[in-house]
Write a protein that binds this ligand. Structure first.
Ligand SMILES: Cc1cc2nc3c(=O)[nH]c(=O)nc-3n(C[C@H](O)[C@H](O)[C@H](O)COP(=O)(O)OP(=O)(O)OC[C@H]3O[C@@H](n4cnc5c(N)ncnc54)[C@H](O)[C@@H]3O)c2cc1C
Length: 377
């Protein structure tokens, strides 16, 4: 039986483990640096039809639909006036059982953990070094050395394994933006609401059928190196208060007092797509490439990359990185363009942007190209 090591127990690593679990011709183990996974937070995640299709293959279509939501539209608003600009019908890209889905990230993780035997996950373990020849030899932080046939690297945007394997600094770059997220309850809109403001945007969407919603705002901010690295700053109540007040002041939507469990963190993105040449070592998810968070594709692409590596190993092909690079390019420029368009600040340019948005929202060819190529291909 071929032995596979997975580094990191996030969406990509767990999805990949589910594929291995379903095939039962591989022995595998997941190394996770944290002592436990957070299975209780209420923050949301959006999954487009491309990843729902792949999740259904491991039983996602059997879950309790009360725990997920199926928004049909993205409604665009001007944050300052709360006036609607236009809407895009994302349900056009759905097919039976493959619908654009929003849910709590913790619910997705619980679903992915469901089929994985507990003993397969080794907590509090990190990779220290790798020797690769015929077999891949891992030295681990628990002082053990283990041998594997394949190594799957899924340890997220700050992937330490990436710098170990590529023997250089591969740290991501601060995207000059801060994410502020929280939960809201009891709204009356089951679609995705996207509010565009100068130098920020925020998105509100349902995470289940219980009237619970996710709030996520991306605020453009230049910070010094020390500030970005200062975890206490992002957790301090003064900082959270001033950041939320900054948003409340810039929108007529009344959010004050409605957001719960507010948290903030700096947004990091990958500097470039690296050259990966190691035989039988595969990077997936954010460890491979992390996008700007303005196209909501990170988790979906993490799942797609896991599926592609699984196929590559099963079929003994050598096309994963070539094809993945093409897909990543497509998602990355769309994410960057969205970010640019969502954050415009010049009133005249904003007028043009809104006009163009209205035209594009009704242009079938554009939507098929811009969204369909990602959501359906
Ligand atoms: C603000 C924001 C909003 C987002 N919203 C969305 C959205 O709506 N839709 C969407 O599709 N995507 C979204 N994303 C992106 C998405 O969350 C990520 O792309 C996705 O979670 C990546 O999954 P992953 O498994 O690759 O990495 P992660 O989820 O980061 O998991 C990595 C795991 O590896 C572990 N680990 C780290 N280092 C080590 C180590 N050295 N050894 C062992 N284990 C290690 C970590 O503890 C963690 O458990 C968003 C991202 C941001 C920043």
């Amino acid at each position: 039986m071929k032995k596979i090591a997975i580094i990191g127990c996030g969406i990509s690593g767990l999805y990949f483990a589910n594929l291995l679990q379903s095939k039962k011709i591989y022995d595998y183990v997941i190394y996770e640096k944290k002592s436990e996974l957070d299975l209780n937070d209420g923050y949301g995640i959006q999954l487009s039809a491309n990843s729902i299709k792949l999740l259904n293959e491991i039983g996602f279509n059997n879950i309790d639909v009360k725990e997920i939501s199926f928004p049909k539209k993205v409604n665009f608003f001007d944050a300052k006036t709360s006036k609607k600009i236009c809407d895009i019908d994302i349900s056009k890209f759905n097919s039976e059982n493959k619908r654009y889905t929003t849910l709590k990230r913790s619910f997705l993780i619980k679903f992915l953990l469901n089929n994985i035997p507990l003993e397969k996950i080794k907590h509090n373990v990190e990779l220290m070094s790798v020797e690769h020849g015929e077999k891949i030899k891992l030295s681990l932080s628990n002082n053990l050395t283990e041998q594997f046939d394949y190594l799957i690297v899924s340890d997220g945007v700050f992937s330490k394994t990436k710098s170990i394997l590529l023997a250089k600094d591969t740290s991501p770059k601060f995207f000059n933006s801060i994410a502020l997220r929280g939960n809201i309850k009891n709204l009356d809109n089951n679609d995705i609401s996207l509010y565009l403001g100068p130098n920020f945007h925020f998105v509100i969407y349902p995470v289940n059928q219980n009237k619970e919603f996710n709030f996520i705002s991306i605020v453009r901010k230049k910070l010094s190196k020390n500030e970005v690295l200062n975890k206490n700053l992002f957790e301090s109540s003064e900082f959270l208060k001033s950041l939320s007040n900054e948003i409340y002041k810039k929108t007529t939507l009344n959010l004050n007092g409605k957001l719960e469990n507010i948290k903030s963190f700096p947004v990091y993105v990958s500097k470039k797509f690296e050259n990966f040449k190691h035989k039988n070592i595969y990077f997936i998810g954010d460890a491979l490439f992390a996008f700007p968070p303005s196209f909501a594709q990170g988790a979906s692409q993490s799942i797609e990359s896991g599926k592609e590596v699984f196929e590559e190993i099963n079929n003994n092909t050598d096309t994963y990185y070539k094809n993945r690079r093409l897909k990543i390019n497509k998602v990355n420029w769309r994410s960057s363009l969205n970010y640019f368009a969502f954050h415009l600040s010049n009133p005249i340019i904003i007028l043009f942007r809104n006009l163009i948005l209205k035209l594009l929202a009704n242009n079938k060819n554009f939507l098929n190209n811009y969204l369909g190529k990602i959501y359906k291909d």
